[in-house]
Design a protein around this ligand. Structure first.
Ligand code: ZN
Length: 317
């Protein structure tokens, strides 16, 4: 399908030479000769039942069996090993590289499916193999276009077939989204003069004509003498970081200079004129922003409709 602005999308009926290469991997091993880290055992069964809130008497006592849905847990490699226990096969790695190379660089697990052939009991020794069962034709989903890859793990207990575990992933090219935009400033009668200045690349500070006190942000009256009359002075552009925070969560790509949604620094800048203004610090990594860092005013066009004052670090940080 090809929608407006979707030049990168592929038509569902377009020929797909990659597909023939992908299907050649069906039937090849995904993992071989895996061994469970521990035999089936009562403590793991008890922890699983507690976590799941499953109080079935079938999983307790001298005749206990393991909950069937624990099947995959006996094959897991632990935190320092691959989830398939012995590591992926060369064929599976090759298949993923082929998909990466074709631009299907993102991955999401979509579903799993289990069959139980024999109950597992404490003391059973677990072995397993996994095979690449199928690779789907190219599909377009909400996430993007890609191929589903299904692996099937055959689990044995003391050498006897005990169950199968099918696991499906989608390797896909993320759908293009419109670039994220920053929230629009609220412009009203009290601050319109400030934004008019920004449009001319001037950072204007209000000055009370009664007592000459500078104020920022813009306000209708003077906090020092309550005077209502004011004019403006243009900031020279020099300042220092008075205080700052680094935003990690939630991710907001519009604020990250890389557009990735990574961390970014928000600073309270003390201008040379003495007033303070909140803005982004640019020109240094977010973790190099520090109190006292000298900065210089710049205007950044964040998108076609918005320009903002930002502050460039004038040293290496
Ligand atoms: Zn005043």
């Amino acid at each position: 399908m090809s929608g407006p602005g979707g030049a990168q999308e592929v038509r569902a009926d377009a020929p797909d030479p990659l597909y023939d290469r992908l299907t050649a991997y069906a039937g090849r091993p995904a993992a071989t000769a895996g061994t469970g880290k521990d035999p089936v055992n009562a403590p793991m069964i008890r922890h699983w039942c507690e976590a799941m809130g499953d109080a079935s008497p079938a999983y307790r006592g001298p005749d206990a069996v393991a909950p069937p849905t624990m099947l995959q847990s006996w094959t897991m490699g632990g935190l320092t090993g691959h989830p398939h226990g012995t590591g992926r096969s060369a064929a599976y790695d090759e298949l993923l590289r082929l998909l990466d190379g074709a631009g299907y660089t993102s991955v999401v697990a979509t579903d799993c499916e289990q069959e139980y052939l024999r109950p597992l009991r404490p003391g059973d020794l677990i072995t397993f193999d996994a095979v690449i069962e199928s690779v789907s034709p190219r599909k377009t989903t909400k996430l993007g276009t890609g191929h589903f890859v299904t692996t099937r793990m055959d689990v044995r207990a003391n050498g006897e077939p005990a169950g199968t575990h099918r696991f499906r992933i989608l390797k896909y090219r993320p759908a293009r989204r419109n670039p994220p935009l920053r929230p629009r400033p609220v412009i009203n009668r009290d601050n319109a003069g400030f934004w008019a200045g920004v449009a001319e690349h001037r950072l204007l500070i209000q000055r009370c004509t009664g007592c000459a006190t500078l104020r920022f942000p813009w306000l209708p009256g003077c906090n020092a003498c309550a005077g209502q009359e004011w004019d403006t002075v243009e900031a020279g552009g020099g300042g220092t970081v008075f205080s700052h925070v680094v935003m990690h969560h939630p991710s907001f790509p519009a604020f990250d200079p890389s557009g990735e949604g990574g961390p970014y620094a928000v600073a309270l800048i003390e201008l040379a004129e003495g007033v303070r203004i909140v803005g982004n610090v640019i020109g240094v990594p977010y973790d190099k922003v520090r109190v006292g860092l000298p900065v210089r005013l710049e205007f950044l066009r964040t998108d076609p409709e918005l320009e903002l004052p930002v502050f460039r670090a004038s040293e290496g940080g």
